[in-house]
Ligand binder design. Sequence first.
Ligand code: ADP
Length: 495
Amino acid sequence: MSGDLFDLLGDIALRFDATGHLTYANLMATELLGDRLTLGAPWRDFMSQVAPRLAEGLPGSVPTAIAKQGHWRGRVKLIDAAGHGEVFMGTIAVDNRVGDAPSGTPSGYFAIFRTLGEARRREHAERELAYRDEFVARLGHELRTPLNAVLGFAQLLELEELERDQRDGIERILTAGRHMQALLDDVLDLARVRTGGVDLDVGPVRVLEVVRGVVDLIQPLADKRGIRRYVQPADDVVALLDRRRLWQVLLNLIGNAVKYGREGGTLRVGVIAKENDRLLIEVADDGPGIEPEQLDRLFRPFERLGAERTGVEGTGLGLALSLALTTAMGGSLSASSRLGAGSTFTLELEAVASGGLAELSAEASPDSPASAVVLHIGADPAAQALVAQALRSRLSAEVVSVSRAAHALDAVHRKQPAVIVLDADLPDAVGTELLHRLGSDPLSALLPKIVLSEDSDPRVHLRLRAAGAHQVAQLPLDVRAFVDAVGDLLRRRSL
Ligand code: ADP
């Protein structure tokens, strides 16, 4: 029996061994009944001495009922540590599934009590949810380490000279592994948001820029499915939001409209600033729509509403995560749909702080120097100095340097760089690994990345490109070519 698992319950769980000694009490039992519960206390004592202090009306007939029919079931008033009585529904039953007691002898007894009080029940439900999320988060972290090893070694094998079917096998491992990595990221994110562990980084955000960025990002898939895209209106709206989280929610809604929309159909995204400082973003498709009775299951984790049979890729976590993120931002997310006509997802956010749109717009003007920030992730101090000096003097760029991969995402979100330069060899990650990590973050995914590599093997360069590098610059650095490349990327971004 795993103590941890029983601790997830909002019910009281106790276990006695065959001789009637208390061997286990879960977290809820210890919290509610306090230190009057002593492990090792014999069943007889439990009934005659302990029980009266814990319970009123636990009938003396319990042992007889258990002896006769293997269980007792009934109501009992338990007295909590503060002395308040509360009615519980309880079952005490013979547990002959575990242990090595001779056949015919019970290996122990289980007692489970569930409150009948409404307030406590609600409290228990919330607690169970919180524990479950915490459990999932812990499990997710534990799974990550072996998964990283699987992916890492599969990538190493991929570098070898291989037979065709061996290569196919490794590609399958990598595809499945990356899917699992994405799944874990979403599950962990969801658990984190739901346990209130998400830090919002709120600042002025050009909403249309984010919407257009997301629409551009899904362009390849939209083109493949012949879906036209319209973003209305053309004027920008600036709002106080967490840019990364808005990205994440919109990427999911807009991505879904393209994934599930009609082939050759239309995607419309409307951005509406309402008078009461609220911001509406509507994402509408003209796809097959969703059955009315399925609408309320839409936001449940792992719910795919049959899409799992269509071959459309997904985990069923996107909408659950979008809803949790929107709620964390103080907003709401709803869906409406007509079968055969399409679906509309509406995101409503309290978005504009005092000072109004005009002031915020001025703050977030495109001329702001933030557009010329270059982030360099590299541990070698000499290379750091060279990159910083070259870009500052030749391009007047602001260069921010961090020496570890672990700090990269945080720096991206704090400094909002226009270009990322990273060393292929970092003390805590190899280049491809960091590129994958940057690629799965909605903000850094879009930023052009230049990798500085000592390796001259074209296959290594190709691998870095495949992992998301826009360019690979060979070390020792050709400073002029490097500065030209970064300058080009900075100019392209401000067009
Ligand atoms: P995923 O796309 O990974 O399956 P989501 O949580 O984003 O997960 O969506 C859950 C389910 O809702 C999808 O599997 C799909 O069946 C349905 N769905 C979401 N968006 C749309 C849409 N725009 N049109 C039709 N069905 C949709």
